[in-house]
Design a protein around this ligand. Structure first.
Ligand code: AMP
Ligand code: GLY
Length: 426
């Protein structure tokens, strides 16, 4: 099987590695890819928002499967163009990608499918935002309706800050704001693979969204993750499939926009059970790779089965009996104003730590061929070990070998879980 993977971050590096490890796969092409992906796949520069260009690359290489990594090409309809050109695609149509592309649409689907989620008001004026804030009280949760590259959500005790975020989001063309009830409890991510009808869930992961240790500072795209979650109640994944994933997939099917790809369900485990915080239509970064790095079933065949409507016959997933921890190394200034162009070294030594792989997120080669930082999140260090403590120490050993001037990372990824300190919320 020949597979084309779209995207250029650590998520796609993780996808390419997992796909290339499938014995059925003989070649992986990545567009545009990155310097890390280049070691495993043929990287081809391309505007991945241009569906026709993607389809013609797929044709040139005669690929058997197109895997779309990030949300932007999905929302832009790239999966639709490739499907019309006759390629099996792992990734939803533009219509189904609205589950991530519009938070109000996601809320509408959840209401129709009776999926447990935070109560919400959808607002189009600042007066409505103000009354919704007062209806719920603090902590306030205010969300930009559209895609906002990780900057769309503000959770704050300050009514002024909440209102300001509402104003900023409303100021955009067609601006809409979702104000919702605060959900208290540990967060987790469940990745549900679907062929439009059937659902297969991966093992859950926990993501660390805030930039600083102790969950302090602003939200980011994710600073680290681990899987599996020993503290999750037994039967949680089955419950999430039964009460969230399957009803959502059924509702999308009923509306004529079947969802093919991965439905990423972000949940809070409240005292009243799991409630949906958000839907995404792609794998999480880094929580996605924390989850699927332990998968022993052939990954490309799983994605192919989803893309071709054959998930039912795929059988039960097999998992390695170990733990994965991912630590993200971010550039100085991330998330507000990441600095770029700094030299990166020590990757070979880091990659030799047993159980460790170093994924490239925001890297590039400069004119002299040296590896430099090119984004906010620069590298994702993934470690697998026989328990959480071993996976953590392998990850942090490797992180300490990487040199990137000005960089920072969290030191407490998976620490509370290792200490058994996670409790279900109020
Ligand atoms: P989102 O982009 O929807 O994932 O939101 C980013 C982060 O904001 C989430 O991971 C949560 O930590 C937080 N968040 C979003 N919605 C809520 C909510 N209703 N209650 C509590 N925290 C939330
Ligand atoms: N780590 C969160 C995300 O991928 O959206």
């Amino acid at each position: 099987m020949k597979v084309l993977v779209l995207g250029s971050g650590a998520r796609e590096h993780a996808l390419v590695k997992a796909i290339a490890a499938d014995p059925e796969v003989d070649a992986v092409i990545a567009a545009p890819g990155n310097p890390g992906i280049d070691a495993t796949a043929l990287c081809v520069p391309l505007d991945i928002l241009d569906g026709q260009a993607v389809a013609s690359l797929a044709r040139d290489h005669d690929v058997d499967l197109v895997v779309v990594g990030p949300e932007a090409p999905l929302v832009a309809g790239v999966a639709d163009v490739c499907r019309s050109a006759g390629f099996p695609v792992f990734g939803p149509s533009a219509g189904a990608a609205l589950l991530e592309g519009s938070k109000s649409f996601a809320k509408e689907i959840m209401a129709a499918a009776e999926v447990p989620t935070a109560l919400a008001h959808i607002c189009t004026t600042i007066e409505q935002v103000g009354s919704a804030l007062d209806a719920f009280g603090p902590p306030y949760v205010v969300k930009d309706d559209g895609l906002a590259a990780g900057k769309g959500v503000v959770v704050t005790d300050s009514r002024d800050a909440a209102l300001q975020h509402g104003e900023r989001s409303l100021a955009k063309a067609g601006g809409r704001v979702v104000v919702e009830e605060y959900l208290d409890g540990p967060e987790l991510s469940v990745f549900c693979i679907s062929d439009g009808t059937h659902v297969v869930a991966l093992e859950p992961a926990q993501d660390f969204k805030r930039v600083g240790d102790g969950d302090l500072g602003p939200n980011t795209g994710g600073m680290g993750a681990y899987s599996p979650l020993d503290w999750a109640p037994p039967g949680l994944v089955e419950d999430v499939v039964a009460r969230v994933a399957q009803p959502t997939i059924d509702e999308m099917h009923r509306r004529g926009t079947p969802f093919v790809g991965v439905l990423y369900i972000g949940l809070a485990l409240t005292k009243r059970g799991p409630k949906v915080i958000e839907f995404n239509v792609r794998f999480g970064d880094p929580d996605g790779h924390a989850s699927f790095v332990r998968l022993e079933s052939p990954f490309a065949q799983l994605l192919f089965a989803a893309a071709t409507g054959e998930l039912e016959g795929f059988g039960r997933l097999r998992w390695a009996d170990d733990y994965a921890v991912v630590v993200v190394i971010a550039s100085g200034g991330y998330p507000a104003a990441p600095r770029t162009g700094d030299r990166i070294s020590g990757l070979d030594a880091a990659g030799e730590v047993p159980g460790v792989a170093v994924l490239h997120a925001g890297t590039k080669r400069d004119d002299s061929g040296a590896l430099v930082s090119a984004g906010g999140r620069v590298l994702n260090v993934v470690a697998v070990g026989s328990d959480l403590g071993k996976a953590r120490s392998a990850a942090y050993d490797a992180v300490s070998m990487v040199e990137l001037p000005g960089s920072h990372h969290r030191t407490d990824i998976a620490l509370k879980a290792e200490r058994g300190e996670i409790t279900i919320g109020a």
